[in-house]
Design a protein around this ligand. Structure first.
Ligand SMILES: [Zn+2]
Length: 304
């Protein structure tokens, strides 16, 4: 437990306005309920979230108010990482990485924000990227990444001055943009560390996906860890507002085990336990499904 934490207001990441938003979901969490177990990757969905509002100008969905950024960083530093779906995530992320080839990606240096245990950086190396660097606040996850040959991990969150300007060809942000308390500043810093013409690949939840629209507040993406939630339109606007040229944005499929799919579905406890028992013999079955994620590819303009 972390004790009572004062909540702070958030701004729309696109237009920068504070307030000027309509409540979509009321908060169902008290700050003193928050500990690092709640801020751990792929924990069981528990439906906990801050108040969520939608900007009247941009349509961007955000949590407001939230815990302060320094407190968030401490929670993530102590967070844990469930590796059961890693082989499938590696295939999913690897498939979108190969899309960058058609945009002429150079492969000297790739940076990943929120690199966890480094499995995607290992995949990037297998795809021919020569230098692969991750930024990861979880000390436990970073220690595991250190065991992968050729993968460098900086124990931190992405912030100004962490890397020299013009030093990466590609920046990847998998299931991390939603978590950032100040995505606009982080995207500015990514643009600075990219070489002119370099590419960003972002992959995260999509509030316009059928599953998210159907489930509404019961969707696992409405979550205390998500400061912002995007759809293809607000993703495009965010990147364009930070000076990027958007090359592509749209929905993608994930490779997922049947076992993990059951884990995600919001069923009452006894029903979920029954489904798990009945389907356990084929729980390892893997499927490419539209799980409600989107991916965006954007470029730092040559002259900027
Ligand atoms: Zn706005």
């Amino acid at each position: 437990m972390t004790g009572r934490v004062p909540l702070v207001p958030t701004r729309c990441a696109i237009c920068g306005s504070e307030g000027k938003a309509d409540e979509v979901y009321a908060a169902n969490v008290e700050p003193d309920m928050l500990d690092d177990a709640v801020f751990s990757a792929r924990r069981p969905p528990d439906g906990i979230h801050f108040r969520m509002v939608r900007c009247r100008t941009c349509g961007l969905l955000r949590s407001d108010p939230i815990v302060p950024a320094e407190h968030l960083a401490r929670l993530y530093a102590g967070s844990h990482f469930d590796e059961s779906e890693v082989p499938n995530l590696r295939r999913t992320y690897g498939r979108v990485l190969t899309e960058l080839d058609q945009y002429g990606a150079r492969k000297d240096a790739l940076l990943e924000l929120g690199s966890g245990t480094g499995f995607f950086l290992a995949e990037a190396r297998a795809n021919g990227y020569r230098r692969t660097v991750g930024v990861e606040p979880s000390l436990e996850a970073a220690a595991r990444a250190d065991r992968i040959a050729g993968v460098e991990t900086v124990r931190d969150v992405m912030r100004d001055g962490l890397f020299t300007p013009d030093s990466f060809d590609v920046v990847c942000i998998f299931q991390t943009l939603d978590h950032l308390p100040d995505p606009a500043s982080v995207l500015d810093e990514c643009r600075r560390v990219l070489r002119p013409g370099g590419l960003v690949l972002a992959f995260n939840h999509d509030t316009a996906a059928p599953s998210a629209r159907l489930l509404g507040e019961r969707s696992p993406i409405v979550d205390v860890e998500h400061t912002y939630l995007y759809d293809p339109r607000t993703m495009r606007r965010l990147f364009e507002s930070r000076g990027y040229e958007v090359c592509a944005v749209g929905s993608v499929r994930n490779l997922i085990s049947l076992r993990y799919l059951i884990h995600l579905v919001p069923l009452p406890g006894p029903l979920k336990a029954l489904a798990r028992t009945l389907l356990e013999p084929i729980g390892g079955l893997r499927l490419w499904v539209p799980l409600g994620n989107l991916r965006l590819i954007a470029r730092r303009p040559e002259g900027a």
